[in-house]
Design a protein around this ligand. Structure first.
Ligand SMILES: C[S@@+](CC[C@H](N)C(=O)[O-])C[C@H]1O[C@@H](n2cnc3c(N)ncnc32)[C@H](O)[C@@H]1O
Length: 421
């Protein structure tokens, strides 16, 4: 599933290596801005650390927790399979499903408008059809998502996997540009994209995702919580390895993912406008996505983590971000109380559905990402050398000496293995 700022690609490279190396010196892994859950999944499946995933959004805790909160394959996966199978079979004689059929092969503006009208007559019991049918999903896709939602298995582990699979299918089928701020409108240019999305098979996608998730699990049981990163940071302990991948955009994540959040919550009281969004007061806001607050929020977070004596890994784009922060600022904030090691890795960033004006193609553009390792300066257990200067000169221009991080990691792991032997 596409998620803005996902680290799933970087994990296959140096970020993954660094996390595994640092995990060896840690007792718990805390993914403070867990998003799609990709980083927590990686650690949960590849190390013996329990993972705590934290995010402001409920859908994120579902996506993260469906793997990190389980330490065995789901042996009852056939029961979950029978869940999607039962929905599939029920469609055969369902008059409501039949009524919602639209000629998608000949999709035009009038058909889309009729689809919206038909869907809006549904009630709360079918909140996905009522709120999103004819907008993000075809009426029949939305109706199937409703049936899957209302018949989710009652056993907790199965239910979590089922809900994660519904979120995945909703994300893959939405007629929208990789997020759900707004659906595509039925213009001549966008109708082919709507058609393409509306012909995707919700049940098959959901079923495949259930099978994938049921086979994956953590080595040690962790937990996924909906909370603010700073409040959780207060309760952390030495031995915790904290991964911070904060937002870099000045636009709130809750604006881009309100459809997934609505599904995770079982529906919003009301949605409106072209985006079918809930009232602004109901959407979570993060100080990290506010230009006037982001620097203060980052300072407070690092201060709190410093008090908790954790080691921290931070990723941030190597460019001035729209929330007013830059990797250089983060280094500057951290330098007084931490040894800061930095590494530059190639990355690809979402332009939030933007086009080539942002210098990229298909809403993506190439960038460098900075990976920072922060070690408390008074952490006596780590025989690190005198603090290495950061890659930045005083005027803030980058010297980009990638060797520092690797060198520091080698020394840290050598010191740790010496202590153990
Ligand atoms: C860049 S994304 C993280 C992406 C994630 N690492 C991945 O691989 O999918 C940032 C996430 O931080 C969350 N977030 C923003 N402010 C937060 C806060 N104060 N506390 C916890 N999570 C927050 C957003 O909801 C979003 O999911």
């Amino acid at each position: 599933m596409k998620y803005m700022g996902s680290k799933s690609v970087l994990l296959r490279g140096e970020l993954g290596t660094l996390l595994l190396q640092e995990a060896q010196n840690s007792t718990r892994f805390i993914d403070l801005f867990s998003g799609s859950g990709s980083v927590g999944h990686y650690i949960a499946e590849n190390t013996a650390l329990p993972v705590v995933s934290v995010d402001l959004q409920h859908y994120s805790s579902v996506l993260a927790g469906c793997i990190t909160e389980r330490d065995a394959k789901l042996s009852q996966s056939d029961v979950v399979t029978s869940w999607t199978g039962a929905v599939h079979r029920s469609l055969i004689d369902d008059p409501l499903y039949e009524q919602l059929q639209e000629p998608i092969a000949r999709l035009g503006k009038a058909t889309v408008m009729r689809a919206r009208k038909k869907s809006s007559r549904f009630t709360e019991e079918h909140f996905i059809t009522r709120d999103y049918g004819g907008h993000y999903f075809s009426p029949q896709q939305a109706y199937i998502l409703d049936l899957l939602y209302s018949s989710l298995p009652s056993v907790a582990d199965q239910r979590k996997i089922g809900l994660a699979a519904i979120l995945h299918a909703a994300s893959v089928c939405a007629a929208a540009p990789g997020h759900t701020a707004q659906p595509f409108q039925p213009t001549k240019k966008l109708l082919p994209y709507i058609k393409n999305s509306w012909t995707r098979d919700v049940i098959a996608i959901c079923q495949k995702q259930v099978e994938t998730l049921a086979n994956r699990h953590a080595t040690k049981i962790g937990k996924a919580i909906v909370a603010d990163a700073i409040s959780v940071a207060e309760s952390l302990e030495p031995g915790d390895l904290v991964f911070c991948d904060p937002p870099y955009s000045a636009v709130q994540y809750s604006r881009f993912y309100h459809v997934l959040e609505g599904i995770a919550l079982g529906g919003w009281p009301e949605v409106s406008g072209a985006g079918r969004a809930p009232a602004r007061v109901l959407r979570e806001t993060s100080d990290f996505s506010m230009k006037s607050q982001a620097t203060e929020a980052m300072t407070e977070l690092l201060e709190t983590l410093r008090t908790s004596s954790c080691r921290v890994i931070i990723t941030f784009p190597d460019a001035d971000a729209s929330n007013g922060l830059s990797a250089r600022d983060i280094i500057h904030i951290a330098q007084e109380k931490w040894h800061v090691y930095d590494k530059y890795v190639d990355s690809v960033h979402s332009t939030l559905g933007g086009s080539s004006s942002a210098g990229g193609r298909g809403g993506r553009r190439a960038l460098q990402e900075v990976v920072l390792l922060l070690i408390p300066k008074d952490d006596a257990s780590l025989c690190v050398p005198e603090p290495q200067p950061s890659n930045y000169t005083e005027d803030g221009s980058s010297l980009a000496s990638d060797g520092l991080l690797t060198e520091a990691l080698d020394l840290v792991s050598t010191a740790t293995s010496a202590e153990l032997s």
